[in-house]
Structures are given as C-alpha cells and as structure tokens.
Design a protein around this ligand. Structure first.
Ligand code: AMP
Ligand code: FE
Ligand code: FE
Ligand code: ZN
Length: 284
C-alpha cells in the first residue's frame, strides 16, 4: 500500500523538525509520499528538496491563513492547503509575504499584551524561537513554557492564555481570494481540517459549496481534530460536490502528539491533485 501524508510542518513555520529532518522522518516512518505545508511560506522547500531521501516523493505546498467574512458576527479563520503552486508567481508570493509580515506584527502585539501584565517574555526571544520561519502562537507558547507559566503548548492555548485572554486575530487572506490566488499560481487548494471545532468556530457547508464553485479542489476529511461523524460528513459533502477527500497527520513535531502517517490520503485522490497542478512538479 502506498502511504501518503499531505500535511506536515517544519521549522519553516511551527513544526519542530527542520525541513531536512522532516523528509528523513517521513521516509523513516515508511511514507511513500509526503507534503511539506508550512504556514504561509515556501521557506522550507529548498532544504526539503535537497535532503529528500531516495524513494520518498515530495509534494511542495503551504498552508494558507484565510478568513471568511460571511460569518454573522466576526470573520471565521480557516486554513487552505495549497499544493504544487509556482512559488515565483508574483501575486501569490506577495500574498504569502504579507501573511508572514502580519504574523510578526500580531505576535509582537501578543507579546506586548503579555508583558503589560508582567509576563517575563520578550519579542526577541519569540523571534529567535521562530528561527527565521513564519512566526506562530506555538513560538509564544514556547516562551511561556520557558518562563514556567505553562507546562505544555496545549496548556498555552487555553482561554487564560493564547486561546482567549491574549488572543489577537491575524488579518489573513479572504478565502475566495485565497482559492483564486492558489489556482492562478497553478496550485491545487484543499480545505484543511474544515470541522476542527476545538480551534474555534467552523464554517457552514454552504460556504464549502461556494468555494467548490470558486475552484476549491478537495476537503481534508481525515484529520485528528475531526470526530468519526465529522469525517463521514466531510466525505459525504465532498462526494456531493465532486471534491477529492484527503487525510493527513498535520504533523508538527513535538508541538503536537500526532505522528507522521497517522492519517493518509488514497493514491486515487493524490493522483487527481497531481494531475490538476501546473505550478511545480512533484519530486521523486
Ligand atoms: P497561529 O497560526 O499563530 O494562529 O497558531 C495556530 C497554530 O498553533 C496551529 O497551526 C497549530 O499548529 C497550533 N495550535 C493551535 N491550537 C493548538 C492547541 N490547542 N494546542 C497546540 N497547538 C495548537
Ligand atoms: Fe501549525
Ligand atoms: Fe491548519
Ligand atoms: Zn497544519
């Protein structure tokens, strides 16, 4: 059986393995195909490409921070996986750069709020944890752990900390604009963990219908943040709309407990994604 995991993070964003370590870990975990999908960046692509072990096929991608403005009260944040797009397409490259820049400003604001309450962490410390990659709340969590205020990343995401009291939204990319931009760069957009309710509010099915009309290609149904019923619901919705279904680990190294290959994508769905992409080829 072919083992395919299409959603993995490295130190180019909030994972804990370097891109080289990530592809080696993928091969060691018995994967045949793996995607590198760091938040809002292609910064890990070159190193992952260079270190790709023989026999492992590498899909270059990213996970795009988006939001939907049709929610009743406030925008709903969502993530789009983007596969095999051209990283040099100017408009999409500019979108990614803006998203990374916004992540930095937002992280600095969160650090300021924490410092105003006497929490002994600093922006240079958090910036150092991000090590040149896309900054995310897990890097602030790392500072809170170092300061002895929480024990784990999960605890840092609770309501007293980054998931509530010190929550600051990112500005993100309008999701329709995101789908359009990924397609315009020759990539294939797949809605990541569409029912991950523990991260916050999720979007209604009618948005998925509209996104499918706008060029969305697939739904990530099999993900650890979905219950069996939610996985089945996403599968049924995908079938109804003619979207492909993917499954993936959303591996983040030690920032999460999930292991590489914990959820997988079928060869059939993978091949449809590859056939639909025109940005860059798969490697291997
Ligand atoms: P950000 O992208 O800065 O908004 O931070 C969100 C990221 O933090 C997600 O991509 C996950 O990797 C991680 N994350 C979100 N919620 C949790 C949680 N409850 N526990 C651990 N990590 C989380
Ligand atoms: Fe993440
Ligand atoms: Fe995500
Ligand atoms: Zn992810």
């Amino acid at each position: 059986m072919t083992r395919i995991d299409l959603h993995c993070h490295s130190t180019a964003s909030d994972g804990t393995l370097t891109p080289a370590e990530l592809v080696r870990a993928g091969a060691a975990a018995g994967l045949d195909v793996m995607a590198i999908t760091d938040h809002d960046t292609t910064g890990g692509w070159a190193e992952a490409t260079e270190a790709r072990p023989e026999g492992l096929t590498l899909v270059r991608g990213a996970e795009l921070s988006c939001r939907w403005h049709g929610g009743r009260r406030w925008p709903i944040a969502l993530h789009l996986l983007a596969y095999l797009f051209d990283p040099d397409e100017p408009r999409f490259a500019a979108d990614l750069a803006r998203l990374r820049d916004d992540r930095e400003q937002r992280a600095e604001r969160i650090v300021d709020l924490l410092r105003a309450d006497g929490v002994p962490i600093s922006w240079p410390e958090v910036h150092e944890y991000a090590a040149g990659g896309s900054v995310g709340r897990p890097h602030i969590a790392q500072a809170l752990i170092r300061a002895g205020l929480v024990a784990t990343t999960t605890e840092a995401f609770q309501s007293g900390w980054l998931g509530g009291r010190y929550f600051v939204p990112k500005s993100d990319l309008d999701v329709f604009e995101g789908v359009r931009a990924v397609r315009a760069a020759g990539g294939v957009p797949v809605f990541a963990h569409p029912r991950a309710t523990k991260r916050g509010p999720v979007v209604p099915d009618r948005l998925v219908v509209e996104l499918a009309e706008a060029g969305l290609f697939g739904l990530e149904a099999d993900h650890e943040d979905h219950s069996p019923a939610e996985r089945a619901a996403m599968r049924a919705l995908a079938d109804r709309l003619g979207l492909v279904v993917t499954g993936s680990s959303d591996f983040h190294g030690t920032h999460k407990t999930v292991q590489l290959g914990a959820f997988q994508t079928t060869t059939e769905a993978y091949e449809k994604i590859v056939a639909a992409a025109t940005g860059v080829p798969v490697l291997g």
